[in-house]
Design a protein around this ligand. Sequence first.
Ligand code: SF4
Ligand code: SF4
Length: 343
Amino acid sequence: MSLTALLEVPELEARYKKVKKFFFLRESAYDVTSACQLRCDGCYYFAGERSAVRDNRDPARWRAFLEGEKGRGITYVNLAGAEPALRPEVLRACHQTIPLGTVFTNGLKKIDADIRYRIHISVWGDATGDPKYRRYASGKEGPYCLPLQLENYKNDDRVIFVYTFNNENMEQVDEVLRLVHDAGHQITFNVFSVPERHGSMLKLKDTLARTREKMLEAIERYPETVVYSPYNATVHTEELSLRGQFGCPYPRAALTEAKGFGIGKTFRNYRADLTSDADSCCIPHTDCADCRHYAAGSAIVTARLDLHTQAESRFRGWLDYVDTYLAIWILGYQKDKNLYRGA
Ligand code: SF4
Ligand code: SF4
């Protein structure tokens, strides 16, 4: 089918118009610091050499650097690795220069209220899983992060929680959903994606099907709390990685993809010393064959409208995916009801 034919269905046209307003976004990613209180199992940040650089802590230098990024057409910043909340003045300088973006945090230290970025707080498990998967940098058993995160971000509209499913925590999501729901917050899902040459016990093996069931159950049970769609659940729990299903637009993959598409020309991933490599992606050192990461999917699936126009059901799935992605990444954007009804 052609896109024009699909847009003859009024609800599809309305949703397409809604999401299309955000097609101007051009993102890049920036490590803010190499410091972190934790050492989570399979953290890609500490899997490679990125953590070996010396942080640039000068807010004026960051401001000038992001002015340059603006000049390159970047309108959206992803502020990640290792723990950005530990550098509030750098975050403030970033926000004053490029005001659209997301900070990825473990939530153990509160980010000042004037920094109006979207805030993604990572959740790895319940009271039994978290201390095991997220040890302190000293090697000692880690904290149960969720109660601390909820305390730090009470009634904070910047926040969305991100639960990473791994090979053994599918059932732990029940406790997490209940606590996040009761606190009036929202949550979305990620799927553990193993770093290259890293034999983590958390890599999903025969647990993809159960993960999908738990995701669908959560969408059904907590429709106001869970920001996710059945199509997201489907593509993130296929045997094939996201790249296997859709290709990948990031520069790191574009070097070997037959045909470039999406953000390959503008995306860069900078280290905390503000250097970058030509072959970057949003989750460096992750094994492409196991890539099911939510951040990767936001660019990968969104960029493949062309693969979603063969059938109305696929297009419905794509619209839900983009609507979900915008609700997760844009502060104040409201997700609508899911349109996808299965293949
Ligand atoms: S909190 Fe984030 S950066 Fe720190 S070790 Fe865990 S995953 Fe890595
Ligand atoms: S890890 Fe994922 S996002 Fe990065 S290059 Fe590989 S497939 Fe693309």
